[in-house]
Ligand binder design. Structure first.
Ligand code: G1P
Length: 357
């Protein structure tokens, strides 16, 4: 088979992760202190795919480019292609057609995480030579995904976010295509949400009698589009880390698997892993509980934080109750103040959520 190229979709508006995505791309929200997007690039690199295009949106493209660079740190070559409007996944494929040419390719949605990578799938695609290969996994809420119907192990029908799903088999955001997908993407009409759906383009292949091979995902899969998914992805990845204590520990206890990055300083703290504390963080008189990822240069003082993600440069100071299941953006300040009158004082962006004791 011709060499596989890679296509990573990193556009979209990220509406389900607002307010974080008001200022930043959803694909750069960190899981265990690493942008979600990097896991996809790494999965491709491990599968031997070294020529990869990343589809970016005009609003967040520069930030994605700055984060992932030319790809050399992953051992791949990255090209960036701007999709002018979020007009759908099949539209993104067409936008990338000049880059993809007549080569087969793997398409990976930049906010997806797939345990175990894609090496085995790439091998199956090369060995069986179907026209397309899709990944499926049973989910409890199939109405939020593309849904597939199988008969005798073959794909017979696909529907994008059907209100009454025929099965619980969701389309995972990793696909393998031969160039026949380009004509299919050109043949379909926009869906009710006004997008050219990749699900419809794959259905078009099925309708033409082309071979779409389904694979049921063996490990876990996460689409990190929503807060709960993000926290779960963070749990799943933190469960795989190995202890590495590079920072400075002063009168502090660390239990379980914990990563403390260089330049972090913990004074009179207890950290119960799995957890990761980012470079340059300052933690004083605090407790960090399981499944917490503290970003670079964060401050935590006289507070307890558990099962949470803190992006870079945020601070949590002087909380009486434990903070948990929270996602803080960059440069967020949460803390006790001595001002009178004693009151809650908020400066909170659109679509934020605050739960108080
Ligand atoms: C997209 C696809 C959907 C697929 C999902 C996986 O949905 O349209 O078929 O199941 O990704 O993450 P979106 O995230 O664009 O709503």
């Amino acid at each position: 088979m011709d060499r596989l190229k890679g296509l990573i979709l990193s556009g979209g508006r990220g509406t389900r992760l607002r307010p974080i995505t008001h200022t930043s791309a959803k694909q750069l929200v960190p899981v265990a202190n690493r942008p979600v997007l990097f896991y996809g690039i790494q999965a491709m690199a491990e599968a031997g795919i070294d020529e990869i295009a990343i589809i970016i949106a005009p609003e967040t493209g520069a930030e994605i480019r700055a984060a992932a660079g030319d790809g050399s740190r992953f051992g791949v070559r990255l090209t960036y292609i701007t999709q002018d409007q979020p007009a759908g996944l099949a539209h993104a494929v067409l936008t990338a057609e000049p880059f993809l040419g007549a080569d087969p390719f793997v398409m990976y949605l930049g906010d997806n995480l797939l345990q175990g990578g894609i090496t085995d799938l790439v091998a199956a695609f090369a060995a069986n030579r179907p026209d397309a290969l899709i990944l499926l996994t049973p989910v409890s809420d199939p109405q939020h995904y593309g849904v597939a119907e199988l008969r005798d192990g073959s794909v017979v029908a696909l529907a994008e976010k059907p209100p009454q799903p025929a099965t619980d088999l969701a389309l995972v955001g990793v696909y393998m295509f031969t160039p026949v997908i380009h004509d299919a993407a050109r043949a379909i009409a926009p869906s009710a949400r006004g997008e050219l759906e990749i699900t419809d383009a794959i259905q078009h292949l099925v309708d033409r009698g082309l071979r779409v091979e389904p694979h049921i995902v063996q490990g876990w899969w996460k689409d990190t589009g929503r807060l709960d998914d993000m926290l779960e992805a963070n749990r799943l990845i933190l469960d795989t880390i190995a202890t590495k204590l590079d920072g400075e520990l002063v009168g502090s206890d660390v239990h379980g698997r914990v990563v403390i990055e260089p330049g972090a300083r913990l004074e009179r703290c207890t950290v119960r892993g799995p957890a990761i504390i980012g470079a340059g963080a300052r933690l004083t008189d605090c407790y960090v509980g399981p499944y917490t990822a503290v970003g670079e240069r964060c401050t935590i003082e006289r507070a307890e934080v558990e099962h949470s993600i803190l992006l870079a440069d945020s601070s949590v100071v002087g909380l009486e109750g434990r903070m948990e299941s929270s996602l803080l953006g960059r440069n967020v300040r949460i803390g006790r103040t001595d001002h009178q009158p004693r009151a809650y004082r908020f400066m909170v962006g659109d679509n934020s959520e605050i739960g108080i004791l």
